[in-house]
Design a protein around this ligand. Structure first.
Ligand code: SF4
Length: 387
């Protein structure tokens, strides 16, 4: 993490850590969904004992989340975790913090200083006028770094999360100015989707676009698998990680749509969910404009008069029944993944498929006219306003 390493995705289990099998199952689900690192709470001795069994069987590094009791941090280190997360607002005694840091130093285990706006150290809260400010959060992290350096420990990651997006962005910007330690980004307690997704993306993506951040976590009130997927998708969308799964694009639908675009796009999302096919796939509502609008997609389908027109790299390849659209999208995607787009195109008579698409297109234009969205009428009304 940090330096030239790719930005990583984190999530957190919601099982009891002492329930080893349930926690491992969730860790595997999260790893499958795109998590590179998973955090588990270590809130009692039973949880620490669970970690001792979980860590050797986990497919990804495990971070122990420790609140309040520094002894739980020491127990998690005994369990062999790959990283600790300490909240400076919860473990407050300097001697406790230094004891944990010294032990982590001896074991070469990193610690994330996880400052949280909602549980800021009371002294700092007071110092900054009974308010959570970016400066207060940064000072909290610096204080903790100070304790760590007293025992010669600097294997550090830092987060300064808040549920308020501008506050969190400001705190990370200030932190990035003064430290080179890897930063873990997140909007804490972002809430359920879709607002939780929007808030998290606003905060995390803004910072990533500025080159700030080494690892990210979406904190959603939802199945943690959704957090891992969202994190992964954000990094792929920003070009920060190689695509692992389908990037499904779909037209917004309009007066020309020949199918329920939302329903077909959802069906396609479901069909591709576990396929791990890193292609851009388009679902377009009509063959009049669809193939042109999605010509850059690896593969797509456009509806027309009860049929689906499949296209690969903008070239028509096949005509299928409307209720077979998603099924054939998946099989063409598998062919492209196995053989490449050029080889897939060589399998079929693209001229024939193109002729069929043209026929449906012309027929639709004849039936619907060239201005199905009544743009001319609207333009006329707008111009009348000016007159
Ligand atoms: S013109 Fe066709 S492809 Fe474009 S938005 Fe309308 S239905 Fe979708």
């Amino acid at each position: 993490m940090g330096g030239f390493a790719p930005v990583s995705v984190q999530s957190m289990t919601v099982t009891r850590t002492s329930d080893v099998e349930a926690t491992l199952q969730q860790i595997y689900d999260l790893a499958m969904a795109g998590a590179d690192i998973v955090r588990c709470t270590c809130n009692d001795i039973a949880a620490a004992e669970g970690l001792a069994e979980i860590v050797p069987r986990s497919p990804v590094p495990i971070v122990a989340d420790v609140h309040n009791q520094h002894r739980m941090a020491l127990a998690a280190l005994e369990a062999g975790v790959h990283c600790l997360r300490l909240n400076p607002g919860n473990i407050k005694k300097p001697e406790h913090i230094k004891t944990v840091a010294a032990e982590a130093r001896d074991r070469n285990v990193p610690i994330r200083i996880g400052v949280n706006g909602g549980s800021l150290h009371p002294d700092l809260y007071k110092k900054y006028g009974d308010m959570v400010t970016p400066e207060a959060m940064v000072e909290s992290a610096l204080q903790e770094i100070g304790y760590f350096s007293e025992v010669g420990f600097d294997l550090i990651k830092i987060s300064v999360k808040a549920s308020n997006v501008p506050l969190m962005i400001d705190a990370y910007r200030q932190l990035a100015e003064i430290t080179d330690h890897p930063l873990h980004l997140g909007v804490t307690e972002a809430g359920p989707p879709p607002s939780g997704l929007i808030k998290s993306t606003a905060g995390i993506a803004t910072l990533l676009a500025e080159g700030i951040g080494d690892t990210i976590r979406y904190s959603l009130t939802a199945d943690p698998v959704q957090e891992a997927k969202a994190g992964r998708q954000l990094l792929e969308a920003m070009g920060l990680r190689e695509r692992k799964n389908v990037d499904l694009i779909a037209c917004p639908s309009c007066g020309r749509a020949e199918i329920d675009v939302v329903a077909v796009a959802e069906e396609a999302m479901e069909a591709f969910a576990d396929k791990k096919i890193p292609l851009q796939v388009a679902v377009m509502g009509c063959v009049v404009n669809g193939p042109g609008e999605a010509r850059d997609a690896d593969l797509g389908i456009a509806a027309g008069r009860g049929r689906g027109h499949l296209f690969v790299k903008g070239k028509n390849v096949e005509v299928v029944k409307e209720d077979e659209m998603v099924e054939s999208l998946v099989s063409w995607a598998e062919i492209i993944q196995a053989e490449g787009a050029e080889a897939a195109l060589e399998r079929v008579d693209t001229k024939l498929a193109e002729r069929e698409a043209l026929l449906d297109r012309e027929q639709l234009l004849k039936e619907q006219g060239s201005d199905v969205n009544e743009v001319e009428q609207k333009l006329g009304a707008i111009r009348n306003q000016r007159a």
